[in-house]
Ligand binder design. Structure first.
Ligand SMILES: NC(=O)c1ccc[n+]([C@@H]2O[C@H](COP(=O)([O-])OP(=O)(O)OC[C@H]3O[C@@H](n4cnc5c(N)ncnc54)[C@H](OP(=O)(O)O)[C@@H]3O)[C@@H](O)[C@H]2O)c1
Length: 269
């Protein structure tokens, strides 16, 4: 399948479900060409059926370096450049410190960290190609001349959350990656946005056995993320009550943070 040059080309990883699916849907509704990446062919095919001229489903296991490289080559042959890449694919596994095993660490790091790196390897060259095409874009839309790379982290990255030794570490790693990319890409026309969602109701969190304060729907989260992307914010955090609470706790000395989080986790069912 060859993709015709569109005014706006977006790549979203983890587009088969939850936040990524809602983001893909919204960009498609706005008329963008969307490269929708995930492993579940069926969900991607449903999106592509709704938007046959715009949606390009790409079945790929992003945790697998070889599969990711093949997908990258396939995409390269079909699009000239990317305007926006949202590296969203991820998972969450909780750690049981009384029954430690390697599994949750391996599972989470394979997609949240290695999957992000695997995606970056083929996305960055395509985002860089956008500057070569900038003369073809409308002169009055200066922001559109800059490409944008978006990473999906989590509010969990700012505090040592209980049972989140694997998940939190993967998101801290993603944040470091994106923040240090800002330094090396500072002189290139690529904006970098990091997103820290609070709780979002998706298949990922349906498994949670604890209350999720201020939880948003995936549609609400996607709307918040798109707003931050459109405004080219460096950091997008939501919902604000949780942002305020978590950031306030993060300002406390580490001993106080640990004491508080221990209290909270003990009172959770
Ligand atoms: N939900 C929340 O409360 C919340 C909060 C903070 C941050 N986040 C982050 O938001 C992102 C999306 O989460 P979500 O809640 O929308 O979860 P979700 O509904 O489970 O969606 C995860 C997406 O990632 C894809 N994915 C997982 N492993 C993959 C792999 N190996 N290769 C390719 N694609 C893969 C899944 O597709 P396939 O299974 O089809 O491959 C799916 O499309 C994650 O990075 C998550 O950490 C979520």
């Amino acid at each position: 399948m060859n993709v015709s040059p569109a005014p706006y080309t977006v790549l979203i990883t983890g587009a088969s479900s939850g936040i990524g699916y809602e983001l893909a849907l919204r960009y498609l509704q706005q008329g963008a060409t969307v490269l929708a990446l995930a492993r579940s062919e069926e969900r991607l095919a449903q999106l592509a059926k709704q938007f046959p001229q715009q949606c390009v489903p790409v079945k790929v296991d992003l945790a697998d370096a070889g599969d990711s490289q093949r997908a990258g080559e396939w995409i390269n042959q079909r699009v000239q450049h990317l305007d926006l890449a949202v590296l969203n694919a991820g998972t969450c596994e909780y750690v049981d410190v009384n029954n430690l095993s390697r599994e949750p660490f391996d599972k989470v790091m394979a997609i949240n960290w290695q999957g992000t790196v695997n995606s970056l390897l083929f996305c960055l060259p395509l985002l860089r190609k956008k500057k070569l095409l900038k003369k073809t874009l409308p002169e009055n839309i200066s922001q559109m001349q800059r490409a944008q790379l978006v990473g999906i982290s989590s509010m969990a990255s700012i505090l040592p959350m209980p049972r989140s030794q694997a998940y939190g570490a993967s998101k801290v790693a993603v944040e470091y990656l994106f923040n240090s990319l800002r330094v090396d890409l500072a002189n290139e026309p690529i904006d970098i946005t990091l997103v820290r969602p609070g709780f979002v109701k998706t298949p990922l969190t349906d498994r949670n056995d604890f209350p999720m304060p201020f939880a948003q729907t995936a549609a609400e989260a996607a709307a918040n993320i798109m707003k931050g992307i459109n405004n080219r914010h460096w950091l997008v955090q939501f919902p604000w009550p949780l942002v305020w609470l978590m950031n306030a706790i993060a300002c406390l000395p580490l001993r106080a943070q640990v004491w508080l989080l221990q209290k909270i986790s003990r009172t959770s069912p």
